[in-house]
Design a protein around this ligand. Structure first.
Ligand code: FES
Length: 75
């Protein structure tokens, strides 16, 4: 994968999100979550930190098996 470090990088998972930030951290208020929320763990989402389904293409391309963290309210 291309990485802003200037080489094909097998170390950096994050290819494009807030690369000037030394550590990417997001916080979400529990009260703002809907019934179900899916958060990206593959670092490919265009709506990061929310999952946009980009993990599917990543998995098909690489043979990986990553997916989102799904947060649900108890029923
Ligand atoms: Fe990254 Fe879904 S887009 S886990």
């Amino acid at each position: 994968a291309f990485c802003p470090c200037g080489r094909v990088c097998k170390i950096h998972l994050n290819e494009k999100i807030e690369k000037n930030n030394p550590k990417v951290v997001h916080s979400v208020d529990v009260e703002d979550l809907g019934e179900t929320s899916a958060f990206c763990r593959c670092w490919k989402s265009k709506t990061f930190p929310k999952c946009d389904g980009s993990h599917n293409e990543h998995n098909e391309t690489t043979g990986d098996n990553v997916g989102p963290l799904v947060v649900k309210k108890k029923k």
